[in-house]
Design a protein around this ligand. Structure first.
Ligand code: ADP
Length: 306
């Protein structure tokens, strides 16, 4: 696997409180990871550490195989970052600012013009190069923010809330741009917008209180139902059920049904075949897909007792 980001056991404290408490993140080329969590979960802190803008108290980060803490300049060449508040200079024109960004990102002088042209083209900014950033709409300013993040053609792009404050048309355009970025790069996208994850991302990681509480591929429709409700004429034991290939957990519900949790990537059709072949008289099988919203709410709203 072509691993482009590998963060292991990241830790960051503020005073005595842990903002990030042992996080792992791994991304391969072609991945668009939706990084989710309630306010204060530690998303921005994590993204700042992943991009070398904040020193972790523990853990390691490798970008494209290069250790970010040991060789920061080299590692950062493979990184593009759109922070929550993009560092735009309102009194510069788009061209001036992107040349400046290319220079900051160590694009060789004789490549800077081409790099800026390409970034503008990819972000739909070709016609506004001479405009002052301060006079652009918020959607265009966001494009400039993304253009500065990709001007050096990084292999990893980290975007913190890239569609916040945009109108629906602007959101559609920025999402399309992110999709295109995902084809050539690896993208981490922090967002509050769950449908955004479902429409854009192939993976999702939910964090709460600085820890990962959920990590999964965004399921394609065919496979990986989260839960199956099943009923039989002749009830098997729970041990019988979990001994079948593909079943991770089984519980008996009060209404005579069983609730099964398959392993991820288990095809329901194959599992159904095994349940029939087991000879318990399968008479009901209902996949229950939890929406990302249900998962999010369930995992991040538990009251902490401490
Ligand atoms: P998110 O981006 O998920 O909203 P943050 O990473 O901004 O979360 O914050 C995680 C936790 O760390 C929160 O409890 C926040 O109050 C705390 N925190 C973030 N930045 C600082 C800081 N500079 N000083 C003190 N506490 C901070």
């Amino acid at each position: 696997m072509d691993t482009l980001i590998q963060a292991v056991n990241l830790v960051r404290r503020y005073g005595h409180r842990s903002a990030v408490d042992g996080l792992d993140i791994e991304l391969a080329r072609g991945d668009i990871l939706g990084f989710l969590g309630p306010n204060g979960a530690g998303k921005s802190t994590t993204m700042r550490m992943l991009t070398g803008n904040l020193a972790p108290h523990g853990g390691t980060v490798k970008i494209n195989g290069v250790d970010l803490l040991e060789r920061p300049l080299e590692a950062k060449r493979s990184l593009g970052y759109l922070p929550e508040t993009p560092p735009l200079y309102r009194e510069m024109t788009v061209d001036e600012f992107l040349i400046f960004a290319a220079r900051l990102n160590a694009v060789p002088k004789d490549h800077q013009r081409d790099a800026v042209l390409l970034a503008k083209e990819r972000c739909g900014l070709t016609d506004v190069g001479h405009r002052l950033i301060g006079n652009l709409s918020k959607g265009y300013q966001q494009r400039v923010g993304i253009a500065q993040a990709i001007v050096h053609n990084p292999t990893v792009v980290v975007l913190d809330e890239p569609t916040v404050g945009l109108d629906p048309n602007q959101i559609r355009e920025i999402r399309q741009l992110i999709r295109e970025l995902g084809e050539m790069h690896a993208v981490i996208l922090s967002t509050h917008i769950l449908p955004e994850v479902q429409s854009l991302c192939n993976r999702v990681q939910i964090i709460d209180k600085g820890r990962t509480v959920y990590s999964a591929r965004v399921a394609d429709e065919e496979s990986a139902a989260e839960i199956l409700l099943v009923a039989f004429d002749r009830e098997p034991s729970l041990d019988d059920l979990v001994s079948l290939e593909g079943i991770r957990e089984a519980d008996r519900l009060d209404n005579g049904r069983f609730q099964l949790r398959p392993y991820p990537d288990t095809a329901i059709s194959a599992l159904a075949g095994r349940l029939v072949a087991a000879g318990w008289g399968l008479r009901e099988l209902t996949p229950q897909r939890r929406t990302l919203e249900q998962i999010f709410v369930e995992l991040t709203t538990r009251e902490s007792v401490a």
